[in-house]
Design a protein around this ligand. Structure first.
Ligand code: HEC
Length: 181
């Protein structure tokens, strides 16, 4: 082997190794264009209550006015500037150790543990490359505004929301129910 072939051999071994250990990161967002949703509990509409009481959680899906305007699959895709927030809280338990009904068909909520947020806008989602799920970008926040899943790691969100399907505009449920299997 001369110096050049040795060099090329090392390069290809390095490339193979990088591939094998999955060192290539998924394409992701460079900046946060989703935005921490402030006052969503008062400004947004409740789109869906998810019963996760068995896991000790209360999950509530909210939409801003624009997202909440979609009430039928005929209206899809969601209009640009739609924001959907999926909030997870701990379940409040009564003295008897049982969850406390909130009188509105759900359970009394405790502290917020996190918010999954997706925002749709023109040209959004492009940075996800092969994982793109429509024109949505994703992020996950703690209630203090810090990240659980920052934009740079949000490819996993897009990757899974692809499975909700283009016909649902990559939104699993919100108001519209589960996608056909
Ligand atoms: C493994 C698959 C998977 C991953 C990963 C995932 N989601 Fe979801 N997401 C779901 C499913 C399934 C639902 C529907 C839950 C329900 O309504 O019961 C959902 C619901 C949502 C909703 C409410 C709107 C809807 O689609 O019904 C938002 C907002 C959301 N996810 C954001 C995110 C964000 C942000 C991330 C990344 C931090 C993420 N998701 C990662 C599967 C996933």
């Amino acid at each position: 082997m001369n110096a050049r072939t040795t060099f090329l051999a090392i390069l290809s071994i390095a490339a193979l190794t990088a591939h094998a250990i999955g060192a290539e990161p998924e394409p992701a967002l460079a900046a946060d264009r989703v935005g921490f949703p402030t006052n969503y509990r008062t400004k947004y509409k409740v789109l869906r209550l998810v019963d996760r009481s068995k896991e000790g959680k209360v999950v509530t899906v909210y939409g801003n006015e624009i997202a909440a305007s979609v009430v039928s699959t005929n209206q899809l895709p969601y209009p640009n500037d739609s924001v959907i927030v999926m909030e997870t809280t701990l379940l409040t338990k009564g003295a008897d150790g049982k969850p406390v009904p909130d009188g509105k068909g759900g359970w009394t909520r405790g502290a917020v543990s996190g918010m999954h947020v997706m925002r749709r806008a023109k040209g959004f989602g492009e940075a996800y490359g092969k994982n793109r799920s429509g024109d949505w970008e994703f992020a996950e926040y703690k209630p203090d505004g810090s990240y659980i899943t920052p934009p740079a790691k949000s490819a996993a969100c897009a990757q899974c929301h692809i499975k909700a399907g283009a016909e649902k505009d990559f939104v699993y449920q919100a108001r519209l129910g589960a996608p056909a299997k």
